[in-house]
Design a protein around this ligand. Structure first.
Ligand code: SF4
Ligand code: SF4
Length: 432
């Protein structure tokens, strides 16, 4: 694709990057077929190719984002399915990130939406505050249908996603959890902000499993949010501030591996090298942290776990951040099969479930259509359980699924001697 940035514009590293990305696109349109918003809405401007044109125009002209620009950019899930499909290696992730920052800086959203975005970006990365917000929101949850009827769609969607109560879990608090038997290495586990509040059992299962197979695990008290949530809302300064604190803490911890159980966070952390490329003080540290970061499934694959006898039929839902963002497409299923689960693949497995960070609150209609489509596809496989590797997908699908939705690592912990995940009990399954 031809571009027309001026030499002055190309002095800006973000525009110079965007220029390189845009030039790689050959307009072939292969990406449109696998884009969830294009599949649902059928509008070229809601396809990757359409958004690429739109972003090119907006950035080249150096003008503020229009209502139409913001609408089509906001509707993008950042699921990155288009990157998996693109034969030309277009780095759509970095392009849409730049576009979101531009929209955030130049577009005046309606006051109520501005306030909601500020609230989400401020509260969700802070587990203490988030816990209080959830407790308060649980009281208002019965009013969700009324709010929906009155037209407060986003608030209704947020309340619908709110659990009535929060689980407590002591394993997973900041501390050092020593390996059983011969020690093979030391991992720092990202505690996570949303996940540590709404489903602390995921980190607890991770610690038990890694300890059992010879890994020390440290949960650091000093880390903050990885920056993923504000990053995806175009709030770059907040994202970089969060990320700096986490990089400093992990650099001091100096583990063999940084292990992530929330694949949305993993995709962002693995991209720290790019996010800090122009920051002289952090570029090298960020690169080093990114290089040591692994999704939990990657670390478990290295451990060569023994053959198990779980014997339960599980539909594996591949989170977009894992399959497209990190290109980890087969490892989790192989681990589940090794543990003895009967793993069934879901039709249209490349299409997003509609969770996408705060997307299910900010774009409720598209998000709910994608969720219903995903659950209908899963239902064709008649599973006893659904496994996935991202808390966003667990919350999104769990809201309407008749089948329990659990994290892959909870099933693996169960298969190798840990307790059954709370929801799996309801499925009447027995992995041992
Ligand atoms: S990231 Fe997902 S929603 Fe956005 S353009 Fe690519 S495929 Fe479509
Ligand atoms: S598949 Fe790649 S090269 Fe083709 S239009 Fe989409 S982004 Fe451009």
């Amino acid at each position: 694709m031809q571009t027309h940035f001026t030499p002055e514009q190309l002095q800006d590293p973000a525009l110079a990057d965007a220029n390189g990305i845009l030039r790689a696109c050959v307009h072939c349109g292969f990406c449109t077929a696998t884009c969830p918003t294009y599949v649902l809405l059928g509008d070229e401007l809601d396809s990757p190719r359409g958004r690429i044109y739109l972003i090119k125009q907006m950035l080249e002209e150096g003008r503020p984002a229009t209502v139409s620009d913001a609408r089509h950019i906001d509707r993008c899930l950042s699921c990155l399915s288009c990157m998996s499909t693109c034969p030309s290696g277009v780095n759509y992730m970095h392009l849409i990130d730049t576009a979101r920052v531009h929209v955030e800086k130049t577009f005046e959203r309606p006051a109520a939406e501005r306030l909601l975005r500020k609230l989400l970006a401020f509260v969700m990365p802070r587990p203490g505050l988030f816990r209080h917000l959830i407790s308060a929101a649980a009281l208002a949850k019965p009013f969700a249908p009324l709010l929906q009827r009155l037209g407060f769609r986003r608030m209704a969607a947020a309340l619908a996603l709110t659990p009535y109560s929060l689980p407590r879990e002591s394993l997973g608090r900041p501390g050092h959890y020593p390996a059983e038997g011969v020690r093979k290495g030391r991992a720092v586990l990202l505690r996570g902000c949303v996940q540590s509040v709404v489903d602390p059992g995921i980190n607890a299962a991770t610690i038990r499993l890694l300890n059992r197979f010879g890994w020390d695990v440290t949960v650091s008290g000093g880390e903050s949010c990885c920056g993923s949530l504000p990053h995806h809302m175009g709030k770059d300064e907040a994202a970089l501030d969060f990320a700096r604190r986490t990089i400093d803490q992990w650099t001091e911890e100096n583990p063999d591996i940084i292990v992530i159980t929330s694949s949305g966070c993993g995709t962002t952390i693995k991209d720290y090298g790019h996010m800090f490329r122009t920051d002289d003080a952090y570029a090298a540290k960020a690169q080093a942290i990114a290089a040591r970061t692994r999704d939990i499934s990657e670390l478990l694959e290295m451990l060569e776990l023994p053959q198990g006898r779980a014997g339960v039929r599980v539909a594996y839902h591949s989170a977009c951040s894992l399959q497209h963002g990190q290109q980890l497409k087969t490892g989790p299923q192989a681990l589940l099969r090794r543990a003895g689960f009967e793993v069934v693949e879901v039709p249209e497995g490349h299409i997003c479930c509609g969770s996408a960070g705060t997307y299910n609150i900010l774009q409720p209609e598209i998000s709910q259509r994608l969720r219903d489509r995903k659950l209908a596809n899963i239902a064709t496989t008649a599973p006893r359980l659904i496994a996935t590797g991202n808390i966003g997908c667990i919350t999104q699908l769990g809201l309407k699924s008749s089948v329990p939705v659990v994290h892959t690592v909870e099933l693996l912990d169960w298969a190798y001697g840990g307790p059954a995940p709370a929801l799996a009990d309801q499925a009447g399954t027995d992995a041992h």
